[in-house]
Design a protein around this ligand. Structure first.
Ligand code: DAH
Length: 338
């Protein structure tokens, strides 16, 4: 009989192992452990064994067999439950991040990147950002900036005029595409009381033929400070602080005497790169009393400084682009490099 128990146990364990799902396992368990199952039949035949010791031994063997079978059942059941859950999770999976082919990510234009970086740096220095229209009047673009009609400095700006008719009405001045961001100085002074600390980035236009260093449409950032007791030292200090913040600690700046009709004295500012080379960046100076007056500011009470430089040049420099036109070609092979 002991052999019968061993055989029944082995068969039961095999049936458990081969059950491939929970339903099959339940069926096998009922068959094996029920009264009519092999082990059940053996159990009920136990009472027919006459010898007490033998019955005891057989009873113990049967009990061991039952608990082995029960243990195997529990283990295999747990495995099947886990497997089933995994199968369901896999079948119901909905991956929203998966595309047939992942779309490539673009980035901001080089000039936009430089523009935003410049704004960040000046806002960090306490400036606010101002704006002006791209179509300007002659008065804001030239006259109010101390470049009256016939002023020779007007010749330096190859101006694109629009809407000549507008100028024919008395008191009106002609419309043009602004040649620099300096008219925003006048608009800001007329719109707000000093103290003024603003930067004005924007698009400017000149009748230039495109070449490696010129575009007829480009970008400048203007700066204007008007307050009590502002001196050239404040201008130099601001340019230096900006140079460190924008280019890094290895860079310094210098001012070189120059001429602009809207500043007196005027200077050009250069930055010194870590390798010792100098690079011209833009113009600056103390706001001319006539310009303050045009902006409705009393030059006896207030003084100020202004500066302006090209954003495109900064972008070109930063990325060592040899031809400014490449930035506007929309050639993906160029754009992808940044
Ligand atoms: N507006 C000048 C230009 O486009 C640049 C400039 C020079 C701006 C001196 C200024 C300044 O504010 O003070 O060439």
């Amino acid at each position: 009989m002991i052999d019968d128990i061993t055989q029944a146990t082995e068969e039961a364990l095999k049936a458990i192992q081969t059950a491939s799902d929970l339903a099959e396992l339940d069926r096998a368990a009922a068959e094996m452990l029920g009264k009519r199952g092999a082990l059940g039949v053996l159990k009920s035949s136990l009472s027919k064994v006459a010898d007490i010791d033998e019955r005891k031994n057989l009873g113990r063997a049967l009990n061991d067999a039952m608990s082995a079978v029960n243990e195997a059942l529990a283990t295999h059941r747990a495995n099947l439950v886990t497997e089933e859950r995994l199968r369901r999770v896999e079948a119901e999976r909905l991956d929203l991040t998966e595309f047939p082919s992942a779309p490539s990510r673009g980035h901001l234009h080089l000039v936009t990147q430089a523009w935003q970086h410049l704004e960040d740096v000046f806002v960090g220095l306490g400036f606010t950002v101002a704006e002006g229209p791209e179509v300007e009047t002659d008065w804001y673009n030239f006259e109010a900036l101390n470049m009256g009609e016939g002023h020779p400095a007007r010749g330096e700006f190859d101006t694109l005029f629009v809407g000549h008719d507008a100028a024919e009405k008395p008191g009106d001045s002609g419309l043009l595409l602004r040649t620099h961001t300096s008219p925003v100085q006048i608009r800001t002074m007329l719109e707000s009381e000093p103290p003024i600390y603003i930067v004005a980035p924007g698009r400017v236009f000149r009748r230039d033929t495109p070449d490696a260093t010129h575009m007829p449409v480009f970008h400048q950032i203007e700066g204007l400070v008007v307050d009590r007791g502002i001196t050239m030292a404040h201008l130099a200090g601001t340019i230096e602080a900006f140079t460190h913040a924008f280019f890094g600690p290895g860079f310094t700046s210098r001012l070189r005497p120059s001429y602009f009709p809207f500043t007196e004295p005027s200077a050009e500012f250069d930055i010194r790169r870590p390798d010792g080379s100098w690079l011209e960046l833009g113009g600056c100076g103390m706001v001319h009393p006539e310009v303050l007056r045009a902006g409705g500011v009393d030059p006896e009470e207030w003084s100020g400084f202004a500066f302006g430089f090209g954003i495109d040049r900064m972008a070109v420099m930063r990325h060592s682009v040899s031809d400014i036109r490449d930035m506007y070609s929309n050639d993906i092979r160029f754009i992808e490099q940044f």
